[in-house]
Design a protein around this ligand. Structure first.
Ligand SMILES: Cc1ncc(COP(=O)(O)O)c(C=O)c1O
Length: 395
């Protein structure tokens, strides 16, 4: 069998598309002025930055002045959480989930250490929270709810619109508003996101998840949200994110969004077809596997499969030797020996949790690539199981 290169780790990051690279090229040698400078060089950069901001906002039904460009999704999450905390001015309570990305989870853990109250909501076996538990978690001193849209390890989608309806009702009776932030890093560019429909006050996005460059993202902040900066310096980004703006990357992110939202439904269908093909192929060929998170409650581009009786890391290595890139979960958690906090929260049996792999697709993946994975994967699983004493005992 001829060895191929197959990239199925698109939730970790994606390739930058040629159109996006082209979009950046004028900014290195031509439009390089500081966007804050008064002269014509600066004005040209400022114009380009404004255009990128307007364009970015338009895909989310937001206004340009509600977009704060940041360096990444992690920074957007930190700005949302610590920004609200800084403005609140007293210790309060935050509601989040047990399955957030570490950008949110570690921020909340830090706040706990500083004396803030944090409720980490449970999830069910499909990785979805309970709205009843959410309602019960609300406290008179709750100031912020931060709940991700789609989970990065299993793809489960949270009921963001329903959460915001509950919060709207709750806020009617309150003097201090509860703000609602959602980490949409895994859904921006994949699903149509409308800040009005979602009802969020803040929303985090990162360009490298949808074929833009690494090192740029944004935080949507609804007008009249009481938020303070978390870094200090100049007046850039309305004083919310000081530092000379990266115009090239802002323009690239806007271009990547434009491309992502072109024919988005057709692309989603294609990616879903690839995922289902791999899922069904695995189920037909390999015994003792579990699919983590139900397909109808998850995004189309993530397939998380647990192969019982083996270590995910070992399988990952075997696949890598055959040119196939997947992941054992979040790229940021790779190298940690801890079991996935997401699978633990979903109640996945540890025997299966340790053998979990995430395959994440993009519109660049092909049918032939999935055929290749389905040829390589069963043999790799079988070889590893042969070395497992636990597996051999089951025979
Ligand atoms: C859900 C989620 N939030 C935040 C991040 C962090 O984004 P970035 O890598 O741009 O800091 C990621 C990246 O994997 C993610 O999947």
């Amino acid at each position: 069998m001829e060895k191929k290169k197959v990239y199925l780790d698109n939730s970790a990051t994606t390739a930058v598309l040629p159109e996006v690279i082209k979009e950046m090229s004028p900014f290195w040698e031509d439009i390089y002025g500081n966007a804050s400078s008064f002269h014509s060089f600066g004005r040209a950069s400022h114009r380009a930055l404004n255009e990128a901001r307007e364009k970015t906002a338009s895909f989310f039904n937001a206004s340009a002045d509600e977009i704060i460009f940041t360096g990444c999704g992690t920074e957007s999450d930190n700005l949302a959480i610590f920004g609200i905390v800084n403005a609140y001015g007293k210790k309060g309570h935050i509601i989040t989930t047990k399955i957030e990305h570490h950008a949110v989870l570690h921020s909340c853990q830090r706040l706990e250490k500083l004396g803030y109250g944090v409720t980490y909501l449970n999830v069910d076996k499909d990785g979805v929270i309970s709205l009843d538990e959410f309602k019960k978690a609300l406290r008179p001193d709750t100031m912020l709810v931060t709940i991700m849209h789609a989970n990065n390890e299993v793809g489960s989608i949270q009921p963001i619109e329903k959460i915001s309806e509950i919060l709207k009702e709750e806020n009617r009776a309150r003097k201090d508003r509860i703000y609602f932030h959602s980490d949409c890093v895994q859904t921006a560019g994949k699903l149509k996101l409308d800040v009005e429909k979602l009802g969020v006050d803040m929303l985090s996005v990162s360009a490298h998840k949808f074929n833009g460059p690494k090192g740029v993202g944004f935080l949507y902040v609804r007008r009249a949200t009481n938020i303070e900066p978390i870094t200090y310096g100049g007046h850039h980004e309305n004083g919310m994110r000081p530092g000379t703006e990266n115009v090239a990357y802002a323009a690239a992110m806007a271009k990547a969004l434009e491309i992502a939202y072109r024919d988005i439904e057709a692309h989603e269908k294609r990616v879903l077809f690839l995922r289902e093909k791999l899922k069904n192929g695995i189920a037909e060929r390999i015994p003792k596997v579990i699919i983590n998170a139900s397909a109808d409650k998850a995004v189309s581009n993530i397939l998380n499969v647990s192969f019982g009786y083996i270590e995910g890391e070992a399988l990952l290595l075997k696949l890598d030797m055959q040119g196939i890139a997947a992941s054992t979960g979040s790229a940021c958690a790779t190298g940690s020996s801890e079991p996935s906090h997401v699978l633990s929260a979903m109640g996945v049996d540890p025997m299966y949790a340790q053998g979990a792999l995430r395959f994440s697709f993009s519109r660049q993946n092909t049918d032939e690539e999935i055929d290749y994975v389905l040829k390589v994967l069963p043999a790799a699983v079988e070889e590893l199981r042969k070395m497992s004493p636990v597996w051999n005992k089951t025979k």
